[in-house]
Design a protein around this ligand. Structure first.
Ligand SMILES: Cc1ncc(C[n+]2csc(CCOP(=O)(O)OP(=O)(O)O)c2C)c(N)n1
Ligand code: SF4
Length: 284
């Protein structure tokens, strides 16, 4: 069994006290250890932002790249070594804004990675501008009269592109979130978990209190994750009652499984034969 402490490191953490990112970090450790994945077999990829710092606080393989570019890096890594469990930590701005086109491509490719979107509905690192998921009307120092765009909804976009695993989590329900992360890792294909993550410094609208009052867990009794129409409705339920859990799950063939050469094992473990490459080059 993998001890959760193996994922612990002492890197100094400067997230604000009370930030929802702490709950996501703990849920990730719990999920990875719970699935008995040793740190040597886990790769965490992130972009820029407060969410992007998450892998610094986990003792395993990680790559902290450019703003919005976590998903393409994760895709390349998974192609090179499909034996590795690959997770992505990305903010709502990083994933749906700066990296929006990569998000669309990752869903369509159905690469076997787990994307954890830390959705605090604001640009946290750059001190509180509106993000693509900010509620209409939310005021910020930049959007003084309130946001005038309707929010981008990652889960419904993913569903409309044919995603096979779409879930919503809440940073304040760590055990529940750990269960979602485990299900997402076990899923063969692209898995999206959009996680409501309170930003206590710059979002005074979507708070611990508001989420604690409105979040409810999906169960077998109140939702069938095979029902696509019902999943779309859950995405749009509004702020009064916020469902968390697996909105939709269906079996799909992942990107790696569609590439014949990867069935023979991870590319990284193949022997490099320079003579074969030279022979090929000589034909040009
Ligand atoms: C290409 C590029 N554009 C803009 C920035 C500035 N920038 C850094 S972090 C950030 C917003 C991050 O917001 P989000 O992804 O929601 O993450 P959070 O900090 O809220 O976790 C921006 C705009 C950048 N670093 N690179
Ligand atoms: S600014 Fe917001 S997202 Fe960033 S660490 Fe502080 S509470 Fe968390």
């Amino acid at each position: 069994m993998t001890d959760v402490e193996l994922y612990h490191n002492d890197y100094e953490n400067k997230w604000c006290p009370g930030c929802g990112n702490f709950g996501i970090l703990e849920a990730m450790k719990d999920a990875l250890a719970g699935l008995d994945i040793p740190p040597s077999k886990a790769l965490i990829v992130s972009g820029i932002g407060q969410a992007g710092k998450t892998p610094h606080f986990l003792k395993c393989n990680f790559f902290h790249g450019l703003h919005g570019r976590a998903l393409p890096v994760a895709t390349g890594a998974k192609m090179a070594n499909n034996d590795m469990t690959v997770l992505v930590n990305t903010g709502d701005g990083d994933c749906y804004g700066e990296g929006g086109n990569h998000f669309l491509a990752a869903v369509r490719r159905n690469v076997d990675i787990t994307a954890l979107v830390h959705n605090n509905k604001v640009y946290g690192l750059t001190k509180g501008q509106a993000s693509p998921t900010s509620d209409m009307g939310m005021t910020t120092k930049v959007q003084g009269k309130g946001v005038i765009l309707s929010p981008f909804d990652g889960p419904s976009v993913a569903l409309s592109l044919g995603a096979g695993f779409v879930a919503r989590g809440f940073a304040g329900r760590m055990d529940h979130l750990s269960g979602l992360i485990q299900a997402a890792i076990r899923y063969s294909g692209f898995a999206l978990i959009d996680i409501f993550q309170p930003c206590v410094s710059f979002n005074r609208r979507n708070t611990w209190q508001s989420y604690n009052e409105s979040v409810y867990e999906l169960t077998e009794e109140n939702h069938d994750p095979a029902d696509l129409d019902a999943a779309f409705k859950l995405c749009r339920q509004g702020d009064e009652k916020i469902p968390i859990g697996i909105f939709y799950q269906k079996e799909t063939v992942s990107f790696s499984d569609r590439i014949e050469v990867l069935r023979e094992g991870p590319l990284v473990s193949r022997t490099f034969a320079p003579a074969r490459v030279q022979n090929l080059l000589n034909t040009y």
